[in-house]
Write a protein that binds this ligand. Structure first.
Ligand code: SF4
Length: 392
């Protein structure tokens, strides 16, 4: 997440609630993407360090837990930059120019000069962010799947370029030597089928076969899979999107919530500000008078009820809105009760963390050190694969 300003309700509901849930089920790495912030905000770096810590406080306040997940700062792990550089060498220019958001962002941020090398290359930096950890899954919304596809293409190209050769052949011969004759025959049969017809079910059958052989090491499984699928050794695994279904809260004017549109409710907004913002928020445009029936599906306020109100209140809104039994002000007041209760403790915790900057720094330092160890393992393999082994 880029540290470009205070987080708002949309970040919490759409992203951070999901992180808090994911950290209980996966080995998660969450980072403050300060180098990414520079791709668009390179002319105003002054606040970057403060924004980095402020964002970490917000994460901690909503429940992202350093005991369960690794929290770190991108620029504190230099392996991201090194991998970015190496991947830049093999990424075709056309792939980057075709990224849909490249032109869109340039137009949307027309007040900034984004005709830069760094901005064009940000998908490569994103690829490095993911591939440095050999991440299997990346939590993304549907609109970010295309970005992850670039990462997958870069990983595929890297594996294709550097994943075969004498080392691979040697490892493959060794791995095949670990298979019992019947398993080897089954493996060759599946590999042949896979090469001839491909397909997900065959891959699953291959996985099941390999899983029946617990004595095989990680490397051996990797080369056997690569051989069966006709690819190179999977030095950089292709990450899959972990589609998240976090609610997308609209802004106060019904458009996407964004600080730059001035339509956001900040996690740090005082209660009085939250109340004023909700009271002036747009509603169903067809409901002009109190006696006009409304339609919650057309109303941004309803989307907030979906995220913050209990079932009984949601039923009350649905019935009351459609029958004109309730007014929009009643509806908003009821929402405010829940919203204010939800935001108050978060605001307090943000303040508490801000009062303990050393603890926050220590969390980020420890997380960055752990991330660096992980990334270093990948970089050793990457350097060897591209012929840089022995340089460090
Ligand atoms: S009653 Fe509630 S849901 Fe219906 S239009 Fe008004 S604010 Fe929206």
């Amino acid at each position: 997440m880029r540290p470009t300003g205070p987080l708002h309700l949309g970040h919490w509901v759409g992203v951070l609630q999901n992180w808090v849930e994911l950290q209980n089920r996966h080995d998660c790495y969450f980072f403050v993407a300060d180098w990414h912030a520079l791709t668009t905000h390179y002319e105003e770096p002054g606040a970057l360090a403060d924004l980095t810590r402020a964002m970490a406080c917000e994460w901690l306040a909503v429940g992202v837990d350093p005991e369960r997940a690794t929290l770190f700062v991108q620029s504190w792990v230099p392996q991201h930059a090194e991998l970015h550089l190496i991947l830049s060498m093999l990424t075709p220019l056309g792939w980057l120019e075709r990224v849909p958001t490249y032109k869109e962002q340039q137009e949307a941020l027309g007040d900034r000069d984004l005709a830069t090398y760094g901005f064009l290359g940000y998908p490569v930096l994103m690829a490095a962010d993911v591939l440095a950890y050999r991440a299997r899954q990346v939590p993304v919304g549907q609109d970010q799947v295309a970005h992850l596809e670039v990462t997958r293409e870069i990983a595929r190209r890297f594996n294709f370029l550097y994943g075969r050769g004498p080392v691979f052949e040697h490892q493959l011969a060794h791995a095949k030597g670990q298979l019992a004759p019947a398993d080897r025959e089954a493996f060759e049969g599946l590999a042949k089928q896979y090469r001839e017809s491909g397909g997900g079910t065959l891959r699953e059958a291959l996985d099941r076969l390999l899983d029946r052989m617990p004595w095989l090491g990680c490397e051996e499984r990797m080369v056997l899979r690569a051989e069966a699928c006709g690819t190179g050794r999977e030095i950089l695994p292709e990450p899959r999107p972990l589609l998240t279904h976090g609610a997308k809260l609209p802004g106060l004017d019904g458009r996407k919530m964004s600080k730059s549109y001035g339509n956001a409710i900040g996690l740090r907004d005082p209660e009085s500000v939250v109340r004023e913002k909700i009271r002036t928020m747009v509603t169903d445009p067809a409901r002009v008078r109190r006696r006009d029936p409304g339609e919650p599906e057309r109303c941004p306020v309803w989307r907030y009820h979906e995220s913050f109100s209990p079932a009984a209140t949601r039923d009350w809104v649905q019935t009351g809105c459609r029958s004109a039994g309730i007014g929009c002000l009643d509806c908003k007041e009821r929402l405010l009760g829940y919203l204010v209760d939800a935001l108050g403790p978060i605001r307090d915790r943000i303040e508490q963390w801000q009062d303990h900057p050393r603890e926050v720094d220590e969390i980020l330092r420890a997380g960055s050190a752990k991330a660096e160890r992980e990334a270093q393992g990948t970089l050793s393999q990457v350097r060897a694969a591209v012929g840089l082994a022995g340089v460090r």
